[in-house]
Design a protein around this ligand. Structure first.
Ligand SMILES: *Cc1c(COP(=O)(O)O)cnc(C)c1O
Length: 389
């Protein structure tokens, strides 16, 4: 019988430790190769994208500390394998580079993270992009479409996409879901048929704002070419980072649920503040009743529209406890201005198409005492309403 999510989070990737209670950090850049025949067979296997071999050969090909984190993350996502990278963007880039072998076209649903949007538009890998809304996926497919890309809940508007519907529309084309906002605690895209599940592990998986990393969980067949891209481009996750992420997974369910509890209370409170023109939170979305089947809870991110960029700036200058900063998914509460920062790289038209208005603020709720967060945000919104002077 498969263990429950909390058990998997605590125990995943911890087999074969001998007397050790926690996994060691293996920093070796190279490995002793005492038997040349084993060395040759191992380098052949790893170069073909195998998850492991009898000899690790060299740390760009395999690292046991990183592999433990990958196993633990893959189990949480309900997929057989995972490949970790030095950042979320390195993970997404490797997925795109690997997709290029299947075709030269990608269908993507806006909005997505600003860096992903920029990468798809900039097209350094020879993959033309067609932007659609979720209903437009099927009609945008070409014989050469290699990948469908969606993010749900999406950064920064919290827009929701029905994953199963996109998977149906995509037919034989693999669907990549950026699951950074939901984490496997709240959403397992593989259960809806997605074959590639990507995380900026910098966010909830690390959870403490001290690691930049990315990971993609996927099938064995799709993992091999992605691993080959990691070997070829060297976008590695360092073993120190892998250790911290693996450690972070143990408390992921606890952190995600505690932050979500705070966020639910804050969303209900803040939407009644007169400075808040609109507040997006998955549970308040009109489509939530149908989509709550794919998500076990609304999470801890929300987007507040305070009307214009000046008011958004005033809120950011007035917060005392919340940190004005990009990134998200940390134990502390972060607030930022997408139009000015994370999604600044987009054209104004692309921002408008994605619903990223000038007065939008993205709030990543942490695990502090909710009364303190409410008081801080309320006084900051009061300041914005009062205006300058
Ligand atoms: C931050 C983020 C990324 C990029 O990840 P990095 O670790 O910063 O490279 C990708 N997708 C989403 C949804 C993100 O929030």
């Amino acid at each position: 019988m498969a263990y429950g999510l909390e058990t998997q989070a605590v125990h995943g990737g911890r087999g074969g430790l001998g007397h050790a209670h926690v996994p060691p950090i293996d920093l070796s850049s190279t490995a002793r190769i005492d038997d040349p025949a084993v060395g040759m067979a191992s380098i052949d296997a790893l170069a073909m994208g195998a998850a492991e071999a009898d000899n690790p050969i060299y740390a760009r090909l395999y690292n046991p500390t990183v592999a433990r984190f990958e196993q633990a993350l893959a189990a949480l996502e309900g997929l057989p394998e995972a490949v970790a990278f030095g950042s979320g963007m390195a993970a997404i880039s490797a997925c795109l580079m690997a997709a290029r072998a299947r075709g030269d076209h990608v269908v993507a649903v806006r909005p997505v993270y600003g860096g992903t949007d920029h990468l798809l538009n900039d097209n350094p890998f020879g993959l033309a992009v067609t932007w659609v809304d979720a209903e437009g996926v099927h009609d945008a497919l070409r014989p050469t479409t290699a990948l469908v890309v969606v993010e749900t809940p999406a950064n920064p508007t919290l827009a929701l996409v029905d994953i199963a519907e996109v998977v149906r529309a995509a037919g034989p084309v693999p669907v990549l879901v950026d699951n950074t906002f939901a984490t496997p605690v709240l959403q397992r895209p593989a259960a809806q048929g997605a074959q590639l599940v990507v995380h900026s592990a910098t966010k909830f998986i690390g959870g403490h704002g001290d690691v930049v990393a990315g990971v993609v969980a996927t099938t064995a067949a799709l993992a091999a070419p992605i691993r080959q891209m990691r070997i070829a481009t060297g976008g590695l996750l360092h073993p120190f980072g892998a250790y911290l992420l693996h450690r972070g997974l143990q408390t992921l369910p606890l952190r995600v649920r505690a932050a979500q509890r705070n966020a639910r209370l804050l969303a209900a409170a803040l939407r009644t503040h007169p400075a808040v023109v609109a507040l997006a939170y998955p549970e308040l979305d009109p489509r939530w009743p149908t989509l709550s089947a794919q998500m076990a809870g609304p999470g801890s991110l929300m987007a507040l529209d305070v009307g214009d960029a000046a008011r958004a700036g005033a809120v950011l200058q007035a917060v005392r406890l919340c940190t004005p900063a990009v990134s998200l998914g940390s134990v502390d509460t972060l607030i930022q201005h997408p139009a000015g920062l994370t999604h600044r790289v987009l054209s104004e038209a692309a921002r408008a198409a994605g619903g990223i208005t000038p007065g939008l603020l993205r709030l990543s709720v942490g695990v502090e005492s909710v009364a303190d967060l409410r008081a801080d945000l309320w006084q900051a919104l009061d300041c914005a309403l009062a205006g300058p002077g």
